[in-house]
Design a protein around this ligand. Structure first.
Ligand SMILES: C[S@@+](CC[C@H](N)C(=O)[O-])C[C@H]1O[C@@H](n2cnc3c(N)ncnc32)[C@H](O)[C@@H]1O
Length: 406
């Protein structure tokens, strides 16, 4: 085989694997230069850009190191690997492809990268800060939404949103295992606004996890919904639908696998949660905001030490609102955790309620205990949260506990 043919074959295999975002490292071995033990090129991300850290391990124990951009690496370093090395291993998470080059210039491929798992990538060189969505793998939709500039970088004013979406996606990833046996998913993003998160989740399930997804973004704002619909159409995201309307009136056509809501203002979060519960969503991920309702109702002499200071009253009301929401989800058969979405220094709107429907709902006396707990907290604080009203809690309480089913 001609040496240029080998070079092209090696280069295109390498380039393909790098572009597909499946490669962890490339190991060059059996060097012609007898001083070289091996050379390892590791992929990492810095400021959203894919780079390679190339380390040449010498037989005397020294290590030479250089950082390359992808194109520089391909054209400066890897262009003539066949001249310098007899073996090149392309190593993905769960697969390896060996390229063997004989002394007579014959090339032999062993193993395969078919079906290799995509990489979740590092944003910093050494410390593997994992970002699911990057400016590379999500380039198409991030550009279409105007998050990326012409230079391919995230606009300064969109940086916080970009980090927030990535953090949210991490939570989506933690629950995505629940859907591993499903080809099709129904996902809702309620109070989706400009829908950066909606697009990101749709992209994650369809392009990273290869699922078929019907996803619904709902918001009151007509112009925003029209814009999002047009972007979805332009991108050919067939399963992504946007509806203009009040989330309290929205019912998805199928039982939702996942309902997400990011910063649905005040009681809009309660409408989202009530709908998700009624529609038997398997998983709910909700980051509430502007929890004003309880603050205006709160009347509790025993806590006057706190409530006399409006800032502390506000913080107490926020905590009580979300704790009661979490408890209500528990009552309705969900296992709930309350976590921090992102570094609290970035935004105070930072609580994420993660609710996963239990396979076997808790029943009888345990539910009664939860309801009593919920009720006595509301009585103590002198409040009537919207969520309990939406779920007809007074009637619910009156039901005989034995008859409660979810
Ligand atoms: C703070 S924005 C968040 C938007 C988006 N989820 C995000 O994180 O970028 C809140 C959105 O909720 C929408 N909204 C508020 N109440 C709503 C309701 N009852 N039904 C539908 N949308 C609602 C508003 O129009 C607004 O776009």
């Amino acid at each position: 085989m001609e040496s240029t043919e080998i070079k092209n074959q090696v280069l295109s295999t390498l380039q393909n694997a790098i572009n597909k975002n499946i490669l962890n490292k490339v190991v060059f071995s059996r060097a012609k230069d007898k001083n070289i033990l091996k050379t390892v090129a590791k992929i990492f991300y810095k400021d959203g850009e894919k780079k390679l850290k190339v380390q040449i391990f010498l037989k005397d124990g020294k290590v030479l190191q250089k950082i390359y951009g992808i194109n520089d690496f391909l054209f400066e370093f890897a262009e003539d690997p066949y001249k310098n090395y007899r073996q090149i291993d392309l190593v993905a998470k769960n697969k390896t492809l060996e390229i063997l080059i004989s002394s007579k210039g014959k090339i032999h491929f062993s193993g395969s990268l078919e079906g290799a798992e995509k990489n979740f990538i590092s944003d910093s060189q050494d410390e593997e800060k994992k970002y699911i969505l990057t400016t590379e793998n999500g380039k198409t939709f991030l550009s279409a939404l105007g998050i990326l500039g012409k230079d391919g970088r995230v606009h300064d004013k969109k940086q916080a949103k970009y980090r927030q979406i990535n953090k949210f996606l991490e939570y989506v990833r933690t629950v995505s295992d629940m859907f591993k046996n499903q080809d099709r998913l129904c996902v809702c993003d309620l109070c989706c606004g400009k829908s950066y998160l909606t697009f990101a989740i749709f992209w994650y399930f369809t392009e990273i996890l290869n699922k078929k997804v019907e996803m619904y973004g709902v918001d009151l704002k007509k112009d925003v919904i029209e814009y999002c619909s047009s972007v979805a159409e332009k991108l050919g995201y067939k399963g992504l639908h946007f509806e203009c309307g009040d989330v309290s009136n929205f019912t998805p056509p199928d039982m939702p696998d996942l309902v997400v809501s990011l910063h649905a203002c005040d009681v809009a979060t309660d409408y989202v949660l009530a709908g998700a519960i009624k529609n038997r969503a398997k998983v709910i991920l909700s980051t509430p905001c502007c929890q004003h309702e309880i603050q205006n109702q709160l009347k509790c002499n025993a806590l006057s030490l706190i409530t006399e200071y409006s800032l502390l009253k506000q913080k107490l009301a926020v905590a009580a609102t979300d704790a009661l929401r979490a408890k209500m989800l528990e009552i309705h058969g969900y296992k709930v955790t309350v976590c921090e979405l992102i570094d609290p220094e970035e935004t105070p709107k930072n609580v994420l309620i993660r609710a996963v429907k239990r396979e076997r709902p808790i029943q009888g006396i345990t539910v009664k205990k939860l309801i009593d707990e919920y009720n006595s907290t509301c009585d103590f604080l002198g409040i009537k949260p919207t969520l309990s009203r939406l779920l007809n809690m007074p009637e619910f309480f009156q039901k005989s506990i034995e008859k409660i089913t979810f």
